[in-house]
Design a protein around this ligand. Sequence first.
Ligand code: FAD
Ligand code: DHB
Length: 395
Amino acid sequence: MSVPARTTVAIIGAGPAGLLLARLLRRSGIDSVVLEHRDRAYVEQRQRAGILEQGTIDVLRECGAGERMDREGLPHNGVELRFDGRGHRIDFPSLTGGRAVMVYAQTEMVKDLVALQLAEGGPLLFEARAVAIEGLEAGQPSVRYVHEGREHTLACDFVVGCDGFHGIARAAVPSDVLRTFDREYPYSWLGIMADVPPSSDELIYAHSERGFALLSMRTPTVSRLYLQVPNGTDPADWPDERIWDELDLRFAVDGDWKLERGPITSKSVTPMRSFVTEPMRYGPLFLAGDAAHIVPPTGAKGLNLAAADVVVLARALARWHETGAADLLDAYSDTCLRRVWRAEHFSYFMTTTLHPDPAQSDFDTRLQLSQLHRVADSEAAAAELAQNYVGSPFE
Ligand code: FAD
Ligand code: DHB
């Protein structure tokens, strides 16, 4: 593939943020180049999120990337909160004016966007690692990157860091400009994929004194389950039988519900953190997605926040491209941060309400249960949860 030495927007990272941004820019007639450190197979198989908010669903449809999602994705109209031996359903459409979510794996969304980009989009380079962002102060930005053993320079009007939490873009902002907000949690998730039909049609978020558990799914025949575990847990210490036995205890409910077991095909441990960078822009450099913010996974906001950021940025760049006006670019950081902090609060609320902290007292546990009862009993409290879960419309 021939790669130009200059483009309008240099995008670092081909995760959901970078790929969706490239697609949206293409639709507005703006050229871009996407540089991705990893190879295509790695990017397409990295197991991560599974829940798309209404806004993410809508934007994928609008940009012509929703066809397989609409065929294979599983629309979900509610979730169950399970605690004190009982389940309580939260109905999304009736509490949110008709909004809902979709189970469609991040891997599948990424595959769809990669295929479209390679067929119709601008250059997307795999195994192209960005090593430096230069010329930001001088207003002549460029990205230096290594591809096939050689170093290249890509000059551009804008650089967008979609390179995730461990990328290089955030570090290109001088530390006296950047403010970060950080919180770590004293537990992690052990996530498994299992070849067994999900034991519930809808997700189950379970609070138990033994720890949190989540039942999710990827397809009608593949279950995705998570267990709260201590930080530093080695998945090798969790043989399959131990995982299923522990899930049984945490999902225990009055009545005859049963968790079906099946072959476990993958196990991994994810630590939890909350992290926000302010501002999300430095001159011609913009940060989007995990490069700018991280949420703990309870509530499934990470991928959806990444999508929301690039929708805001694509609109701002389209306006600049059409009219020369920079007002929406100037508003980018503030516009995104309002949604980011709402999602930070919701993810923190879901996490701290559903996970027993190893150091917590019985008093703290009673408060968690009181909050869960409140959501179960009060339509106002349930609506608050449902509206945050399905997400507000993008812009
Ligand atoms: P990423 O998906 O991280 O993409 C960044 C890309 O940039 C990567 O492909 C990386 O290879 C590339 N890159 C990095 N550095 C460079 C460089 N120097 N040069 C070129 N390319 C570079 N969210 C949920 O909602 N639910 C979940 O269950 C969930 N589980 C998760 C599990 C894990 C282990 C992790 C890490 C995240 C999880 N998330 C989950 C969060 C969600 O997956 C992320 O919010 C989402 O991937 C963010 O997309 P992104 O495009 O911003 O970043
Ligand atoms: C999934 C992940 C989440 O963090 C969540 O809240 C719901 C579902 C999932 O991977 O399916």
